[in-house]
Design a binder for this molecule. Structure first.
Ligand code: GLY
Length: 260
C-alpha cells in the first residue's frame, strides 16, 4: 500500500517563497480546493492519503516534499535552503517516524526534497540555490550503506532539480533541456517538454501513472505518444506559489519487504 503524506494549504500561502516565478495574487480558497482535488486523485491512484494540519505561520508548508526524502530503508529529514521553511519538518518527522528510521541533514548542510530525484539506486540532487554541497555530502553519507549512489547535477533557471526533470519510468525521464543538461543522465530515454510548456517536467509518478498539472496538454500528448498513462489535475493556484505535483506529497510504500 502506498502512503501519501500531505498537508492542508496554509492561509498565508500568498506570502510564500518565490525564486523564478513572479508574484501574483493567490486565491487561497481555490488553492485549498485544488489541493483537495489533488488528494482525491492520489487516493484514486491507490494511495492512503494522510493530511497534516495547515501551518498558518508557514506559507510554504503545503509543499511537504521539500522537508524529507523517503527511501525504502530510511527517511532523511532535510534542512531546507530557505530559512523560513526550516520549521516545516517537525510534524512531518513525527508522522514519518511511524514508517521509517529517521536521519537528518544538519547545519550548515541544506537540501530541499524538490532537488532530489531517485531512480532505482541512483539519487540525483540538484545544485540549486536551496541545496548545497555540504547537504549533498551528508545525504550521501546517510544512504550509502543501503547501496544508493548520490550524484549532484547542475541546474539553471529553475527552483529545483525536479522542476527540470522527473522520472516517468525507471528508464525514461521527462526533462526541460534549458534547465538541466540531458547529458547528466546517460542511458535514459529522454522525453523533452513541449518548448511552450517549460514548467511541464514536474510529474508525480504513482506506479505507471504520470500525474501532471492540467495546463500542459502538449507535453501530456508527448507522454501519451510514448505509451505513458497520464492523469491531470488543476493546480494553477499552487503553481503561482512555485509548486506543482511532486511537491505537495511524500509518497512511499507503507511496508517494505526486507526479504531478498
Ligand atoms: N514556494 C516554494 C518554495 O519556494 O519553496
Amino acid at each position: 500500500m502506498l502512503v501519501a503524506i500531505t498537508r492542508e494549504v496554509s492561509p498565508s500561502l500568498g506570502d510564500c517563497q518565490l525564486t523564478h516565478v513572479a508574484r501574483a495574487p493567490i486565491d487561497v480558497t481555490r488553492a485549498a480546493a485544488q489541493h483537495r482535488a489533488y488528494q482525491r486523485v492520489l487516493a484514486s491512484l491507490g494511495c492512503r492519503v494522510l493530511t497534516l494540519e495547515a501551518e498558518p505561520s508557514m506559507p510554504d508548508a503545503v509543499f511537504v516534499e521539500d522537508v524529507a526524502i523517503v527511501l525504502d530503508e530510511v527517511a532523511v529529514m532535510t534542512r531546507p535552503g530557505a530559512e523560513s521553511r526550516r520549521g516545516e519538518g517537525a510534524s512531518v518527522a513525527e508522522l514519518l517516524a511511524r514508517y521509517r528510521p529517521l536521519r537528518r541533514i544538519e547545519a550548515p548542510g541544506t537540501i530541499d526534497g524538490g532537488d532530489v530525484l531517485r531512480v532505482g539506486r541512483a539519487i540525483y540532487v540538484g545544485q540549486s540555490g536551496r541545496s548545497n554541497a555540504e547537504g549533498i555530502s551528508q545525504l550521501q553519507q546517510a544512504v550509502v550503506e543501503f547501496g544508493y549512489r548520490v550524484q549532484s547535477v547542475p541546474i539553471r533557471g529553475c527552483l529545483h532539480l525536479k522542476s527540470a526533470v522527473t522520472a516517468v519510468r525507471d528508464d525514461m525521464l521527462l526533462l526541460h533541456p534549458a534547465w538541466v543538461d540531458p547529458a547528466s543522465f546517460p542511458g535514459f530515454n529522454i522525453i523533452e517538454v513541449h518548448p511552450e510548456e517549460e514548467h511541464a517536467a514536474n510529474i508525480l509518478r504513482i506506479g505507471d501513472v504520470a500525474l501532471m498539472p492540467a495546463c500542459f496538454p502538449r507535453t501530456a500528448h508527448r507522454l501519451r505518444d510514448a505509451d505513458v498513462e497520464v492523469v491531470t489535475v488543476d493546480v494553477s493556484e499552487l503553481q503561482k506559489a512555485e509548486g506543482a505535483t511532486t511537491c505537495c506529497s511524500l509518497v512511499f510504500e507503507e511496508a517494505v519487504s526486507t526479504q531478498c
